[in-house]
Design a protein. Sequence first.
Length: 275
Amino acid sequence: LGLLLLQVLASCLWLGHSEVVNSFDSCPQFFYDGIPPNDALNPNNPARICQRFRNSYHYATLYDRDRRIPVYSAYKYRPGPDKRPPGYWLVEPQLIGDNNLKEMTSEMNLIYNHSFTLDQIKESQAVLDDYKGLKDLDIGHLSPSGHQFTKESKIATFTLTNVVPQDSSLNRGKWMAYESKIMPKMTQGCTTTYVITGAVPGKENESNNRVNRPSHIWSAACCLGDEKPKDAWGAIAENKSKKKPDDLSLEDLEKRLTELYGEKVTLFNNACSQK
């Protein structure tokens, strides 16, 4: 009987376990060798989110609760044939406080079916109202739907923990070209491509100082051939520029990020080929 009670207690504790945790142990598959970037990128008040939708993990995000933007999202590049899904937006209930809700969901579901208030949701994350009426700024994905394979994975990118205020001309122009044209060319011959796309915090805020406007958008890729590193590259752009993003080696991107963050940045634990 005692053993049975312990098993029941353990089950209850597991059901209450949050996917916003101190590590990415629940979703290491989105990082090469299971190792995320080093601590140089970590904000003061981080949340590590294994992005879960319809009972599956789709990518991983390091989120800045104070600035209400993601630091980066990590995923495997697997573009699929399905079209971009309708843009209804989700939030992360696990950022609200102690609760058993493990999956992203809508603001309305949390308010009407789970008795949360909008103020509770807004405390540590952006909400849709924060992105309404922004001038010359788009809701810019870090893990874009076009780089995901399944319908569910594409929908899962439409969470406000995966987006930043991005310059409209950049989002719809050269950065879109990088995502949709350059990445398919660069990944030819790769058996698996690990991607980390991030945003460098800026000095400006939007929506009554609620959401930070990043100074730069960047992306890094690690290409495997026959399960071994084959190539690596990166790109970075100022979040106000109409110019083409700078195409860099992984090593040069890490140097640029080191300058911007003031600490040495390592994205793939020095384990991916640098050319």
